[in-house]
Design a protein around this ligand. Structure first.
Ligand code: SF4
Length: 187
């Protein structure tokens, strides 16, 4: 099944790459910017977690050691609702090829199940879409100087890990948990 999941990721990544390219005038993501890895719950499914752990097990021992220290600190801390992702090492994702779906979609505007649009929170930090948004209300008010329109995409996590996707790719995501809860079981 993991090979079929990788095929699914390949297609999702291809589509996301095109979306990020389309929205380039609004996107401030760059290496070293890791706000989206510093304060979150990082929900992921069993399948995503298994894939992440397979990748982690193949990492260099020093990197695994640094991750393990982060995980120990996280699991010992009382503040486990929103936390820095333990896989963030020196400002860089140490498991980038196996990062969860939620990490792949972050930065774009997504369409929620209820039909409303969800802005990336970094708009409030003056980053993605800040050049098109009213920061008071976090709503889009204008297009980019080159005429590019902000677009909301159907990339909500619930859709990307839906039964429809499972049937299309012959995969099974399993249950969802916050990353810290998966780590509690594993470490
Ligand atoms: S898995 Fe990687 S991209 Fe996702 S929150 Fe953690 S460090 Fe960031």
């Amino acid at each position: 099944m993991i090979n079929r999941y990788h095929k699914y990721l390949e297609i999702i990544d291809y589509k996301l790459k095109k979306m990020f390219e389309e929205q380039a005038p609004f996107i401030k993501c760059k290496i070293g910017c890791s706000y989206c890895c510093k304060e979150g719950e990082y929900p992921l499914s069993e399948l995503e977690f298994v894939d992440l752990m397979l990748y982690y097990n193949e990492l260099d021992g020093n990197i695994r050691g640094a991750i393990n220290e982060n995980i120990s600190r996280l699991l010992e801390s009382k503040r486990q609702k929103f936390y820095e992702c333990p896989f963030l090492i020196k400002g860089v994702c140490s498991v980038y090829p196996a990062r969860p779906i939620i990490c792949r979609t972050f930065g774009l505007i997504s369409i929620r199940e209820n039909g409303l649009n969800k802005m990336p929170f970094c708009v409030d930090l003056g980053l993605n879409y800040a050049n098109a948004a009213d920061t008071e209300t976090s709503t889009i008010v204008k297009c980019a100087p080159d005429g590019t329109m902000p677009v909301a995409y159907n990339i909500d996590r619930k859709f990307l890990r839906s039964h429809e996707m499972e049937a299309t790719f012959n995969i099974f995501f399993g249950k969802d948990k916050a990353m810290v809860d998966w780590l509690k079981e594993e470490f």
